[in-house]
Structure formats: structure tokens, C-alpha cells
Design a protein around this ligand. Structure first.
Ligand code: 13P
Length: 250
């Protein structure tokens, strides 16, 4: 199972230390499940210095489309790797909605991250209107088709280039409304089949679920056949809760 912690724009060094110190005490748990922490850019090198000899992996919450130059405020893939990251999250709904990031941009960023050997989590998810209108599968299909439009150029034989899809329904993020087992399973099967059919590949891309995952519902989520892990927001900021989620996955 993949257990990814998206800290979003939370934590100062002291908070990161509290979280990491608690997690590291249970380092043996992380041999069974792959635990990846995604702090803010400002904390990457600090968190790396704490976890580099543990089994916890480090990732960034986004990256620039560009390699270097006059792009004030942006951070390149090379810089992220230099800070100790092995992973990056692309196309999170908060970036798609608040920063108007498009699937075309996500696709270009994915090409960059894969070119430099960064494992990448691509987020997709429908909003409440799409769900109520029952157009969610075509919305997801479009997001995946466009976000992975460079698929044929990716070198999946490189041991580093791992693609993970995170299904995060927007209506379930930070709302306490978790999708039902049926809804999660339906979408995960759909995503896996769509990638195989559309991109004519045999690659079985892991699909993880995100949206109000907590210590109480994670056990049932891990039991769903086509769930390969979870992407946790709020609950990853509480060490005991996050540890319980990791324990539930093993
Ligand atoms: P919550 O777990 O807080 O709902 O956030 C989910 C998420 O957006 C993870 O990327």
C-alpha cells in the first residue's frame, strides 16, 4: 500500500519535527507500506535531513514547467530532486481550481518530472456538480487523457519512473464526506481500465484514494480490491492518527 501525506500549506519546522519524530519511532512499519511525506517547499531539506536514513520517502506538492530562469516563485524538478525528493504530486484539485492549472500543464510537468526520474502522483477528481449530474466518469476520462497525453514518451522501464493516479473527489476533500466503497471501487476500476485501453498499455498503474481519509474509515478503504493506497490531507498532520492509518494498511 502507498500511504502519502499531503501536508499542503501547513507546518513550521517545529511542527514537522514533532510529526517526524513520532513517525520515525515506528519506522519498521514503513517496510510493509510505502510512506511518502509531501511538506511545503520551505520544509523539504529540513524534513529530508530527518528522514533520509529511515524508510520514509520525500515528495514535493508541485513543480515548475520550466528548468531554470526568470520564473519568480517557481521551483524546478531538478531543485526538488536536489532537496531530497523522490516523488512529486501534480494536478492537485486545489491547484486546478485555485491556480487554474490545466491538464495540459500537468502533462508537460509530468514529462519534465519523468524525464528526470521523479516518481509522480497525478491527481484527478470530479466536483459535486459532476457527481450529481452523473458526468463524473467523462470528467475523469478527460482529465486522465489530457494529463497523460505524453504517455507514449514515458520510459516505464526505468525503475524510477513510477506513475500513480490519485482519485480525489473534490466534494470529499476536507469535508468529512468520504466516498462510499462502491463509488471508490467503480472509479478505480474505471481509471485502471481506461489507461490500459486508451494508451494501449499493459502497465497496471496504481490508483490511490484521497478525500477525508482518517483512522476510522481507512481500514474499510484498504479492503477495497482496487485501492492501492491513500493520499491523506488533514489526518496526516496528527501523528497518532496518521500512524493508525499506516498500521491499518499493513
Ligand atoms: P483531506 O484528507 O484533508 O480531505 O485532504 C485530501 C487531499 O486533498 C490530499 O491531497
Amino acid at each position: 500500500m502507498i500511504i502519502a501525506a499531503n501536508w499542503k500549506m501547513n507546518c513550521l519546522k517545529k511542527d514537522a519535527d514533532t510529526l517526524i519524530n513520532e513517525l520515525i519511532k515506528s519506522d519498521n512499519l514503513f517496510k510493509k507500506s510505502k510512506v511518502i511525506i509531501f511538506p511545503s517547499y520551505s520544509l523539504l531539506t529540513h524534513v529530508y535531513s530527518k528522514i533520509h536514513s529511515s524508510n520514509i520517502k520525500l515528495g514535493a506538492q508541485d513543480c515548475s514547467l520550466f528548468d531554470h530562469g526568470a520564473f519568480t516563485g517557481q521551483v524546478s524538478v531538478e531543485m526538488i530532486i536536489d532537496a531530497g525528493c523522490e516523488y512529486v504530486i501534480l494536478g492537485h484539485s486545489e491547484r486546478r481550481v485555485m491556480c487554474k492549472e490545466t491538464s495540459e500543464e500537468v502533462s508537460k510537468k509530468l514529462f519534465k518530472s519523468f524525464s528526470l526520474g521523479l516518481n509522480t502522483i497525478i491527481c484527478v477528481g470530479e466536483n459535486l456538480q459532476d457527481r450529481e449530474d452523473e458526468t463524473y466518469l467523462s470528467v475523469l476520462k478527460n482529465q486522465i487523457k489530457l494529463s497523460l497525453s505524453n504517455f507514449d514518451k514515458f520510459d516505464f522501464n526505468s525503475s524510477n519512473n513510477k506513475l500513480i493516479i490519485a482519485y480525489e473527489p473534490i466534494w470529499a476533500i476536507g469535508t468529512g464526506k468520504v466516498a462510499t466503497e462502491e463509488k471508490i471501487n467503480e472509479v478505480h476500476v474505471f481509471i485502471k481500465n481506461f489507461i490500459k485501453d486508451h494508451f494501449k498499455t499493459k502497465i497496471d498503474v496504481p490508483v490511490i484514494y484521497g478525500g477525508s481519509v482518517n483512522e476510522d474509515n481507512s481500514n474499510d478503504i484498504f479492503k477495497i480490491d482496487n485501492v492501492d493506497g491513500v493520499l491523506v490531507g488533514g489526518a496526516s498532520l496528527k501523528p497518532r492518527t496518521f500512524l493508525k492509518i499506516i498500521k491499518n494498511s499493513t
